[in-house]
Design a protein around this ligand. Structure first.
Ligand code: HDD
Length: 681
């Protein structure tokens, strides 16, 4: 694998440099700096005698090891991260005074952590779940965290229900099953008893919940936030990340198999792409609503179970983020990074969304436990790139050596410094929203329509997407043991769409409903991932090939794939080098034992003049699975006959050697990603 090119150095990278340690080539010491003469044998009373308590080296090494683990995140435990840069397209000064958005071309270092939500730290990655998409912008005015998901809506409307929701979706407490899965009774019991979940459950049952890659999914800030400009004027804003590679998904059967074949599938994809210089990119989109338009819509802007249809509230692209550097150490960076929606900069403020309001408490609270005290902001990955000064002191693991005798305000010793500064000088000041009302525990009437947008989502789906949603419901509810849960879900989702509920009911042993349904006809084409960007770039092809292959032609085809940015791996029966018909060599990347068809976006079957029975059997398996998963398959030379044996040579997305320009036709089929019009069954 080639090393990534030297990427933009930035202020965060420079700051991290002082903490990086390279121990290679050095003498071994204890943590006190004492060089040690021996590290393999503990100190004993005689060669065969007991270990001595005075063995400080053994004790230090073992104690450190014994304390190596910290609590995993209560949600989003399984995550992976990378560094990068955000560049602003144009000044947004008229909307926000946030400096990182106020200057054309301004570059801000970022750190992004992607995650699944429900699974433990070691769980598989291609599970059906939302994905976390958390971005830390290291701005010159302090850290700004956009802590979002890959779905624009959330399951609940009020943060007080978050512990209930999470307890319901996590493995059931009496037997700790199932891991990283929503297909079980307690989650669906929660769903039918909390019908505000309807819209997000539709997203969870859709292809969005099984992304092909972190690089190929959107991100959403979910809540309405506020932009505040220098005049103090406020606008509501929603943030979205749009991948320049488009939004793409796995198919469910494939996703489940990948969970076994490569539980690290998504992180490997991100890591490898960055190492290879295929830097993933997202554009940041904002949707803006003027304060005076707050009540203009048929949903409440403050309700996190509602999205802002792009067709009604247009999205403006304001900058581009590129992830260009992998971490040096996963624990130090990815595990210790602490995100918080409350980390804001001047020009960005909160709305009264009751889910957001609760989050503003929860994140610091959880870091106190996870990172063991209040000094987690001093960890290298969490430090802002601008200086920070206040009178906070002490606590576990304190790094700073604060000089002087004063740690309080007000003090004549220090002339009352560190002192607050005015807004004009960059001091954060909360938006002075006018508030009135009674102290109540209640939900606004305007939050009570749980189904219209769920139906809009369904209405916006293509046929294949609808089929997948029905299959996902059938899988998930089919895993529920209790019939009343399945019945309750059918009753609930009849409110979304009658035909959908009927189709699911049939699959799960529930009497299909005959009445009900939704009168909502609204459609938002932006919600279908069929309308996304499609390109062959960075797709991964498995090339099935054996000794004696026609090197003159095949190597040209492989070269063409590379030129188009398509990645490929050479798969054969045995590791080593394969020799072509005119002596050219090809290194085998994987054998049939170490890889699998589900790990590729497309298959290119070449074979060789004299393949073994085992090779032919494996090739048939690769082609068969790729076919069932609607993937493009190309075949030339000896591979052509496998298509014919399988009887699939004239199906959509199958490119045989009869194509005049095979490489171009194959690349086109790869760019189409999935060929849903294929006859699979
Ligand atoms: Fe959360 C982690 C995203 C609602 C409480 N959340 C966490 C992470 C992401 C989100 C991406 C992982 C950050 C990382 O990579 O370290 N959470 C969301 C979104 C939500 C949301 C988009 C709804 C719009 N979360 C939410 C609520 C609460 C929390 C309502 C509680 C009131 N979330 C947490 C947490 C976590 C967390 C328990 C676990 C680890 C952490 O914070 O740092 O505090």
């Amino acid at each position: 694998m080639t090393k990534q090119p030297e990427v933009n150095k930035n202020s965060k990278d420079e700051q991290l440099e002082q903490y990086r340690v390279d121990d290679s080539g050095k003498s071994l010491t204890t943590n006190q700096g004492l060089k040690m003469a021996e590290d393999e044998f503990s100190l004993k009373a005689g060669e065969r005698g007991p270990t001595l308590l005075e063995d400080f080296h053994f004790r230090e090494k073992m104690t450190h090891f014994d304390h190596e683990r910290i609590p995993e995140r209560v949600v989003h435990a399984r995550g992976y991260a990378a560094h990068g840069v955000f560049e602003t397209y144009d000044s947004l000064e008229h909307l926000t005074k946030a400096k990182f958005l106020s200057e054309k071309g301004k570059k801000t270092p970022v750190f992004v952590r992607f995650s699944t939500v429900a699974g433990s730290k070691g769980s598989a990655e291609t599970v059906r779940d939302l994905r976390g998409f958390a971005t830390k912008f290291y701005t010159e005015e302090g850290n700004y965290d956009l802590v979002g998901n890959n779905v624009p809506v959330f399951f609940i409307q009020d943060a007080i229900k978050f512990p209930d929701f999470v307890h319901a979706v996590k493995p059931e407490p009496h037997n700790e099953m199932p891991q990283a899965a929503s297909a079980h009774d307690t989650l669906w019991d929660f769903v039918i008893n909390n019908q505000e979940t309807a819209h997000t459950m539709m997203w969870l049952m859709s292809d969005r919940a099984i992304p092909r890659s972190f690089r190929m999914m959107d991100g959403f800030g979910v809540h309405a936030f506020r932009f505040i400009n220098a005049e103090g004027k406020s606008h509501f804003v929603k943030f979205s990340w749009k991948s320049t590679l488009g939004t793409h998904s796995l198919v469910w059967d494939e996703a489940q198999k990948i969970s076994g074949k490569d539980p690290d599938f998504n992180r490997r994809d991100l890591y490898d792409s960055i190492e290879q210089g295929d830097f993933p990119e997202w554009e940041l989109g904002v949707q803006i609503v003027a304060e005076e338009d707050e009540y203009k819509f048929d949903f409440d802007l403050l309700d996190a179970t509602k999205l802002w249809p792009q067709e009604e509230i247009p999205m403006q692209m304001v900058g581009k983020m590129t992830l260009n550097r992998n971490v040096d150490n996963v624990f130090a960076e990815t595990e210790q990074v602490a995100f918080h929606p409350g980390h804001v900069v001047p020009g960005i403020d909160f709305s009264n969304d009751p889910l957001l309001q609760g989050r503003l408490f929860s994140y610091t609270d959880t870091q106190l436990l996870r990172l063991n005290g209040p000094n987690f902001h001093e960890l290298p990955i969490n430090r802002p790139v601008c200086p920070f000064h206040n009178n906070q002191r002490d606590g576990f693991g304190r790094q700073s050596i604060n000089k002087g005798r004063v740690a309080y305000q007000k003090s004549s010793f220090t002339n009352n410094t560190p002192a607050p500064v005015s807004e004009a000088e960059g001091g954060y000041s909360h938006y002075q929203e006018k508030m009135e009302g009674r102290k109540v525990r209640a939900r606004s009437e305007s939050f009570k329509d749980h189904f219209s947008q769920a139906t809009m989502f369904w209405n916006s789906m293509t046929e294949p997407e609808r089929k997948h949603i029905i299959e996902a419901f059938s899988f998930e509810l089919g895993k529920c043991q209790e019939i009343w849960i399945r019945e309750g879900a059918i009753e609930m989702f009849t409110n979304v769409n009658l035909e959908m509920a009927q189709a699911i009911a049939k699959n799960i042993g529930v009497t299909p409903p005959t009445t009900g349904g939704s009168a909502v006809t609204k459609v938002s084409p932006a919600l279908s991932i069929d309308n996304t960007i499609k390109s062959a770039a960075t797709r991964k092809v498995g090339v099935l090939i054996d000794t004696g292959f026609n090197d003159a032609e095949v190597l040209k085809i492989l070269e063409k794939l590379k030129t188009e940015g398509v990645q490929y791996e050479v798969v054969s029966e045995m590791q080593g080098k394969l020799e072509g018909s005119s002596g050219k060599k090809l290194e085998v990347d994987h054998t049939f034992t170490t890889t699998d068809p589900v790990l590729y976006d497309a298959i290119y079957a070449v074979g060789g003049p004299d393949v073994s029975k085992k090779f032919a059997k494996e090739a048939a398996r690769f082609i068969g699975e790729a076919f069932d998963h609607y993937k493009p398959i190309g075949a030339t030379h000896d591979g052509q006959k496998w298509l014919e044996t399988a009887g699939i040579e004239s199906q959509p997305g199958i490119i045989g050697s009869n194509h005049a320009d095979f490489a171009t036709a194959f690349i086109k089929a790869i760019a189409a990603h999935r060929h849903w019009d294929r006859q699979v069954e």
